[in-house]
Write a protein that binds this ligand. Structure first.
Ligand code: PGA
Length: 236
């Protein structure tokens, strides 16, 4: 079964979450992980769903106002965390901390969904694979001994596809995912690669034709529970 990660980002309030849980009631399988705002992690946990955080602090404890430690999130029952989402890289300079965060998560037995992806400029100037290799190197460097197929999942998310309704052509996507997997082999790694960026009901059937895709990271299309259920029903 493919892995499906629902990234709510900074959306939904308590009432929305209650409604969401009522709608999805018992219709979700074990391959779906919810990444709500940390404040609502417990609501999903209590209903028996698998949960992950959208980020962790680069430190375990200490004077980092506003951050949440992986150990505190682990207390909440997370099994997964997203690291290096492009929004965090853009607004919070997260590229600098990706390596440290992965190290902390893996040492604490939290599985990592590592986001990598090129921006439009890089895409248009054929630099995609250069960017992806750099982001993979930055993440893996010093952490190789901790990584295995079970605990590090790559999410390929072209930045220009996030929230825009645009996705790469199937040929390009196929080629890029193949290149990622080939590059990982140079580290002796065989990891799952998810696709993320405007996955929705209109393009899921097309995306499903790509055998190399091991799952999806879904933002906007995960926010409406009815639509999300329809979407994941189309995933093999
Ligand atoms: P989107 O977001 O599905 O809304 O494009 C995906 C993501 O940023 O993880």
């Amino acid at each position: 079964m493919k892995l499906i990660c629902a990234n709510f980002k900074m959306n939904l309030t308590r009432n929305d979450i209650k409604n969401y849980l009522n709608v999805i009631n018992d219709k979700i399988k074990d391959n779906v992980i919810f990444f709500p705002t940390s404040l609502y992690l417990n609501d999903f946990k209590e209903e028996g769903y698998k949960i992950g955080s959208q980020d962790i602090s680069f430190k375990d404890f200490g004077s980092v106002t506003g951050d949440t430690s992986v150990l505190q999130l682990k207390d909440m029952g997370i099994n997964y965390t997203i690291i290096g989402h492009s929004e965090r890289r853009e607004y919070f300079n997260d590229s600098k901390y990706v390596n440290q965060k992965i190290n902390l998560a893996l040492k604490n037995n939290i599985k990592v969904v590592l986001c990598i992806g090129e921006n439009l400029n890089e895409f248009e100037s054929n630099q995609t694979i250069i960017i992806l290799k750099k982001e993979l190197d930055d993440a893996i460097n010093n952490n190789l001994d901790l990584i295995n197929r079970d605990n590090l999942i790559i999410a390929y998310e072209p930045i220009w596809a996030i929230g825009t309704g645009k996705i790469p052509t199937i040929d390009i996507l196929n080629k890029t995912i193949l290149e990622i997997k080939e590059y990982l082999k140079s580290y002796n790694l065989n990891l799952k690669v998810l696709y993320g960026g405007s996955v929705n009901l209109d393009n899921i059937e097309e995306l499903e034709t790509i055998n190399l895709i091991d799952g999806y990271l879904i933002g906007g299309a995960s926010l409406n529970p009815e639509k999300f259920l329809s979407l994941i029903n189309k995933v093999n």
